[in-house]
Write a protein that binds this ligand. Sequence first.
Ligand code: PDD
Length: 280
Amino acid sequence: MPNIAFVNGRFMPLAQARVSVEDRGFQFGDGIYELIRTYGGRVFHIEDHLRRLEQSAEALGLSMVYSKSRWKAILEKAHGRSGYPDAKLYIQITRGAAPRDHSFPKKTRPSVIITVRKLTPLSDQLHEKGASVITVPDLRWGRCDIKSVNLLPNIMAREKARSAGAFEALFVRDGLVLEGAGSNVFAVIQGRIVTPPNGPFILSGITRDLAIGLAREARDPVIEKGIPLEELLGAEEVFLTGTTTEILPIVKVDGKPIGDGRPGRTTRRLYQQFLQTIRP
Ligand code: PDD
């Protein structure tokens, strides 16, 4: 089964996909993206991802190029052509190719790229045993709510985590834990589920919203507020949310055990609720 690409209106095998070296995504990181996954052949929360793509496009004065219904049709087609039941659909829109100049080019066609690859899910063992994270200073800019392809601080943080043997790095700004390099963070503190509020310093995660909804369905209070690092370290439970991360228990932060060092009850229950939502 092939990995598929869609580049400016044409489908092709991923290995044949090309863009210009003058593409502003390549030159300046002048672009936005989404990562959507499929479960058993169904595209997960496509509307929410397209809404967030539109918000990122608006924030940077980029065109969405296609209507939402056209986007949906293209994504379904790309996924269908790949044949992978569990796939990662990556979308990127850049301002297009133009002679290198910082200011926006006047008449450039945006580049639209979609790639479809097979998704390897996280192991059951990781979900059962829980993962560890490290914390790092947040070196990012003031618009982390835009899903921009500028990801240097994120990849540097993730690399640091990997070399420390950890699953993820959590960004800390002014003493507050904000989110992971590619995931949102939650804690259970004195029986209440806490997660940092949406705003310029986090990406409004689609799995985050889903987890909040699931918690409220189970009548668990959810508070959206900043989490000081000391509070996170003293939490009963910590977990991450994200498209590929799903709902993942964190049992160690900076080498210190969280709670009794095993995935907590609330996290495990939320993950079970989450699994129910993805089963057709
Ligand atoms: N990352 N925060 C950041 C910084 C992210 O990059 C992501 C997603 C999330 C979680 O958002 P969602 O639940 O909508 O996936 C939070 C994707 C998966 C990535 O960069 O590949």
